[in-house]
Design a protein around this ligand. Structure first.
Ligand SMILES: Nc1ncnc2c1ncn2[C@@H]1O[C@H](COP(=O)(O)OP(=O)(O)OP(=O)(O)O)[C@@H](O)[C@H]1O
Ligand SMILES: [Mg+2]
Length: 262
């Protein structure tokens, strides 16, 4: 773990991961951060998805100005402090702030490690109760570097109720176990959908054999979030109550009781 020289006091660092992509990690991170904020906690998001940093856009911000260069390393003691961007009362840091939406960066494992170290140690996170880390899917070099560089206290695992989502998530569960990272629990996302035009509720995917799920590996299911046809407009300030709220309250409660803030 790399100790920041810049002033920061972070209660708990919590990583949100999945095996498969597109299951709703970043959406959950944003919703969970909003929920923690609404419960009076100081919360930040570190966007560790270096090749697809979606968090800023999900909080209503993007960048069109192309970057001419990006600093990946500064000698110890010569670091320039980067302030996190306050979005909706959440302190956010993302590679997306450093380049335009259309720019891509070819990043190998070493560069990933340098960039992640900088997002962690070079940022004036200040006093936070919780710092949520939005991971890319899988168990690759980014996930390994995050665990090497940051003091991750616990992880949340996101799945959709699909065989492949569980198949891949079980690898993440094994990986976290090998790295001694406690798993707070799993969140099943897009479990069902309520028809907006009738009273029907139906499942989106065919059922998964229980013995093939992460629940069979002992991961506790914290919540089952429905597919929300209306409420994923996270940029809206005046939010309507959504189908996700009950499940999110359960995830928030599980997190804050397992990792109480000072
Ligand atoms: N419960 C939900 N209801 C409706 N839409 C959802 C829900 N969860 C996620 N989505 C939508 O599904 C898409 C994928 O979600 P998201 O980007 O959060 O997944 P991800 O796991 O972070 O993906 P990646 O692996 O690419 O980082 C987004 O467009 C998001 O708005
Ligand atoms: Mg994502």
């Amino acid at each position: 773990v790399v100790i920041p020289t810049i002033e920061q006091h972070i209660g708990h660092v919590v990583a949100v991961g999945s095996g498969k992509g597109g299951v709703g990690k970043s959406s959950l991170v944003v919703k969970l951060a909003q929920s923690l904020r609404d419960n009076g906690f100081a919360v930040g998001i570190l966007d560790a998805d270096l090749t697809a940093p979606d968090i800023p856009l999900m909080l209503g911000v993007t960048r069109h100005e192309p970057a001419r260069s990006i600093n990946v390393w500064r000698a110890p003691g010569r670091q320039k402090a980067i302030a996190p961007v306050d979005l909706q009362g959440i302190r956010v840091m993302s590679l997306q702030f450093m380049m335009s939406e259309r720019q891509a960066m070819a990043i190998d494992g070493h560069l990933q490690r340098m960039l992640l170290s900088q997002l962690w140690t070079g940022v004036t996170w200040g006093e936070l109760d919780y710092l949520l880390i939005d991971l890319p899917p899988g168990t690759g070099t980014v996930q390994q570097a995050v665990l090497d560089v940051m003091p991750v206290a616990a992880a949340l695992v996101v799945v959709t109720p699909q065989d492949v989502a569980h198949l891949d998530a079980r690898k993440l569960v094994t990986f976290l176990g090998e790295r001694d990272v406690p798993i707070l629990g799993g969140v099943e996302n897009m479990s069902e959908v309520s028809c907006p035009n009738c009273a029907d509720t139906f499942r989106l995917f065919p059922p998964v054999s229980p013995e093939r799920t992460i629940w069979a590996d002992g991961v506790g299911q914290l919540a089952s979030l429905p597919f929300d046809v209306s409420a994923f407009n996270t940029t809206a300030d005046q939010r309507q109550p959504s189908a996700l709220d009950n499940g999110l309250a359960d995830v928030t409660a599980a997190l804050t009781s397992a990792l109480p803030s000072r």
